[in-house]
Design a protein around this ligand. Structure first.
Ligand code: MG
Length: 219
């Protein structure tokens, strides 16, 4: 029974990877950069996306794919900014998978789009296992969550291209040791970039936006 369960899971992940690869090929043919943003619920994924849209919307055409267990609250926020967005509701599922992204892409008019953000379901565990066809993975960890989370949920941080430490504006109220944090990430994932930001006040967002723009020029 255990072996069979393992095999089914491997088959699911292999089929997902294949779908993800075909998505990347589609995006590459259109020179679109897709970035998958992951974090716990409430860490600031939507706020980061909104800040990024505000800084880049005059230079690039942006679209958003929103993943949540239920509701279209985040998609409604994005659409109010006149940015195209598609909501995926997983109906209880704790992560997005590549087929969901393909269906969302089919609903977007990709002509002229330069950059797509995926806001994954709020979760530090199962979202990390599923390749969505994105080119880059960004993980947000917010100050109130604590600096020990990379040790407790390592897969997420090992696979990240970027780690954003958000809510730096509330630093004085928490014990997050910011000075030692880049070394923690460096120990798990030496190539990850670490940015310290406040998606609320805009502090540090310029560095992240510069990274996005540098990545876009290579797409
Ligand atoms: Mg959100």
């Amino acid at each position: 029974m255990g072996v069979r369960t393992l095999t089914i899971r491997e088959n699911i992940l292999a089929a997902n990877r294949e779908k993800a690869e075909s998505i990347r090929q589609l995006l590459d043919s259109r020179r679109i950069l897709m970035v998958n943003i992951m974090s716990s619920p409430g860490s600031g994924k939507t706020s980061l996306i909104m800040q990024t849209i505000n800084r880049l919307r005059d230079k690039y055409r942006i679209a958003v794919i929103e993943g949540d267990v239920a509701s279209s609250i985040d998609t409604d926020k994005i659409i109010r900014q006149n940015v195209p967005a598609v909501q995926i509701n997983t109906g209880g599922g704790c992560h997005l998978h590549a087929q969901m992204i393909k269906q969302a892409l089919d609903k977007l008019d990709l002509d002229g789009i330069d950059l797509i953000f995926i806001e994954n379901v709020g979760n530090l565990i199962c979202t990390a296992d599923f390749d969505l066809g994105a080119h880059k993975n960004a993980v947000i960890l917010s100050i109130p969550e604590g600096d020990d989370k990379p040790f407790k949920y390592p897969v997420m941080f090992v696979e990240a291209d970027v780690v954003l430490v958000n809510k730096v504006d509330v630093m004085p109220h928490f014990d997050f040791k910011l000075d030692g944090f880049p070394a923690i990430i460096g120990g798990l994932n030496p190539s990850a970039r670490v940015f310290t930001i406040s998606a609320k006040t805009g502090e540090g967002i310029d560095d992240w936006v510069s990274w996005i723009e540098a990545t876009l020029t290579r797409t």
